[in-house]
Write a protein that binds this ligand. Structure first.
Ligand SMILES: C[S@@+](CC[C@H](N)C(=O)[O-])C[C@H]1O[C@@H](n2cnc3c(N)ncnc32)[C@H](O)[C@@H]1O
Length: 227
């Protein structure tokens, strides 16, 4: 085989790419492409016995009662958001067995705040109820059982944070119904926002409304209500 300049260049490119992706202790390993942000995170460290117990409940749900719950890094993000903004009232669509609810509850508890969470499936709602009790958050979290499209219309009072994680095609309806209650400076987070699952009508709404500042990171959209 003749080694043309083109072939030599191609071989050099392949060797360089292989080195960048496999060097065990090299520059590529520490700073190279493909190193997701989440790899820099460490597991949560409980600050007290209350949190230690909540983390144990979360681990138990993850092992024994999983039903399409958010991954741990999304739960932690929700907790950071809700606590740091001093939220007094958060609303969640889609409780499932209660993982995101517990993360939100941990943050709200520090603010003397409350979570209202909606679940259509009676069995999952009951499991979540027991989990909130086990985590010591039953006085922070209220589960509303039924179709959230109807139930949210009974809400009044100001909301600081909305977390959308129920039926994906329903996000736009929830947003239209709840946005008037969201305070200026409040945020809407929506889960499973990726090219395969995001509803185009919802995406248009959160990206084209001049009063919403929206970013999408790691499958979660975060929209700030500006005024
Ligand atoms: C992805 S799971 C929620 C996971 C949960 N946020 C967590 O991370 O632990 C979606 C849940 O939304 C519920 N759901 C779907 N449509 C609903 C509706 N119209 N009203 C209330 N809940 C609904 C489903 O029964 C399901 O349990």
């Amino acid at each position: 085989m003749q080694l043309t300049a083109e072939r030599i260049t191609m071989i050099a490119v392949i060797i360089t790419a292989a080195w960048f992706t496999s060097a065990p202790f090299g520059w590529a390993q520490r700073r190279g492409p493909g190193q997701g942000d989440a790899q820099l995170e460490k597991p949560p460290v409980p600050v007290d016995d209350f949190e230690k117990n909540a983390l144990k409940v979360l681990a138990d749900i993850n092992s024994n009662q999983q039903f399409r719950n958010v991954p741990e890094n999304d739960g932690r993000l929700l907790r950071i958001m809700v606590q740091s903004m001093g939220a007094k009232h958060a609303v969640e669509l889609g409780t499932s067995t209660g993982i995101s609810g517990i993360w939100l509850g941990l943050g709200l508890r520090e603010n003397d705040g409350k979570l209202t969470t909606y679940e259509i499936d009676a069995e999952r709602a009951q499991t979540a109820r027991e989990n909130f009790e086990r985590a010591g958050l039953d006085d922070v979290i209220t589960i509303v059982e039924g179709d959230a499209h109807q139930e949210v219309t009974k809400l009044d009072g100001q909301i600081d944070l909305i977390f959308l994680d129920a039926d994906k095609d329903g996000y736009i309806d929830y947003l239209n119904k709840l946005l008037p209650l969201l305070r200026p400076g409040g945020v809407v987070l929506a889960h499973n926002i990726n090219p395969r699952m995001a509803d185009p009508a919802f995406m248009r709404r959160i990206t084209e409304d001049p009063n919403l500042e929206t970013v999408v990171r790691g499958g979660m959209s975060i929209s700030l209500k500006k005024k």
